[in-house]
Design a protein around this ligand. Structure first.
Ligand code: PLP
Length: 405
């Protein structure tokens, strides 16, 4: 083990198990380690780096803004917040936005909005509001958020948990219909599950969920922290089914791969439940983050990143689908959001990721059995071709080793 890794291990909490590489520089789709070795980044920080590392427009903007004004808190107005939120609303079709920093904070904001909307608009009795979530969900790591999870490791040792959450099977519309009651405030849902293993619900599910929610006066809140902003080949993954959610959560790529920037967006009547003092964040909506967020959105449009994601993702998916190996159970995804499902009888996703790392390709397993491929949306066809070659070689090698033993 390198000294750098040992030093980190000595003092850093063991809440992650990083692959054994020390990164020191990033540019576009590539990162370099401390020995100067170059890697193609097909993980892009769980989709936070959709714009690529150190996008020149963002670097230039940060250089300028950082010398102007950075943090003032929301106790004052700034010239940067309005234009950023206006653009975000315009692109997503929402009326208003509440800026935060990390994804989990924006999810918490959505939960608060849904509950208060239930009490003040829908007329749910005090403290009785329910929020429905789905099996296999991932919405972050706060206590309330892990209370909504069915992943034992996310919860173990962290109770007691706040009540008011109810879980239904992801993709099962009948289960959703019977779970909705008079006290249901919202359905919180990922249009495609990311940490759950790149799981796509059956076609038509989201649309059906929306009409159910409309019928029963329940908010549909889409967590698009990972799927949003072009990742799945549309600006929002909800657009694949023509669904406009009542509430929308963005994060990750909203910070352009530079800063943590997140927000909760919604219809006016939902957002208007917040009054001064209800909710806040010292850093949320700061001028540096707002400037970066606005530029990140503009780059997304100018460089047609969603369209590129659709095109390149379809190409990647088709090529991976042609790899013939007992290790691969399924290849699935949308846009540049692709999972290779590894059959546990024939191997682990971790060993695939480690072999890819040795060849200079960064990816990360999720849930032991899925290799996640989510490169910056700026990736070129030649770079994808190189990645496909590495992946098929690695799978063939691992197959050969297994056959020999
Ligand atoms: C990453 C993620 C979050 C949490 O975001 P953080 O910035 O890590 O707090 C929430 N929801 C989804 C769908 C995510 O992928």
């Amino acid at each position: 083990m390198s000294q750098t890794i040992e030093r980190e291990a000595e003092h850093c909490a063991r809440n992650y198990r990083p692959l054994p590489v020390v990164l020191t520089r990033g540019e576009g789709v590539f990162v370099w380690d401390d020995a100067g070795k170059k890697y193609l980044d097909m993980m892009s920080a769980y989709s936070a780096v959709s714009h690529g590392h150190a996008h020149p427009r963002l670097v230039e903007l940060v250089r300028r803004q950082v010398g102007e004004l950075n943090i003032v808190s929301r106790a004052f107005h700034t010239d940067k917040l309005g234009p950023f939120l206006e653009r975000a609303c315009e692109l997503t079709g929402q009326d208003k936005a509440l800026p935060m920093n990390t994804g989990a904070e924006a999810v918490e904001t959505a939960l608060k909005a849904a509950r208060k909307w239930a009490y003040t608009v829908k007329g749910v009795p005090e403290d009785a509001a329910e929020i429905i979530t789905c099996t296999g969900n991932f919405h972050g790591r706060t206590i309330a958020i892990v209370a909504m999870s069915d992943e034992p490791q996310y919860r173990a040792g962290f109770g007691p948990f706040p009540p008011g959450f109810r879980m239904v099977e992801y993709g099962n519309i009948d289960a959703l219909e019977s779970a909705i009651g008079e006290h249901t405030a919202a359905l919180l849902i990922e249009p495609i599950q990311g940490e759950g293993g790149i799981v796509l619900p059956p076609k038509g599910y989201l649309e059906a969920a929306l009409s159910l929610c409309r019928e029963r006066n329940v908010l549909l809140i889409a967590d698009e922290i990972q799927t949003g902003l072009g990742r799945t080949g549309k600006l929002l993954a909800c657009e694949h089914e023509g669904v406009k959610p009542d509430g929308l959560i963005l994060g990750k790529a909203l910070g352009g791969g530079i800063l943590p920037v997140s927000m909760f967006l919604s219809r006016k009547d939902v957002m208007d439940v917040f009054t001064p003092g209800d909710h806040g964040s010292t850093f949320g909506g700061n001028p540096l983050a707002a400037a970066v967020g606005l530029e990140a959105l503009n780059i997304l449009v100018d460089e047609r990143l969603a369209e590129r994601s659709a095109e390149m993702g379809a190409y990647l998916l088709a090529a991976l689908g042609k790899i013939d190996s007992p290790m691969i159970r399924e290849v699935r995804g949308a846009g540049l959001f692709v999972g290779i499902d590894i059959d546990p009888a024939h191997g682990t996703a971790r060993e695939v990721c480690e072999a890819l790392l040795a060849r200079g390709l960064l990816s990360k397993e999720t849930h032991e059995t899925v290799v996640r491929l989510a490169p910056p949306l700026t990736i070129s066809r030649a770079e994808i071709d190189w990645a496909i070659e590495q992946i098929s070689d690695v799978i063939a090698e691992l197959d050969a080793i297994r056959l020999a033993s």
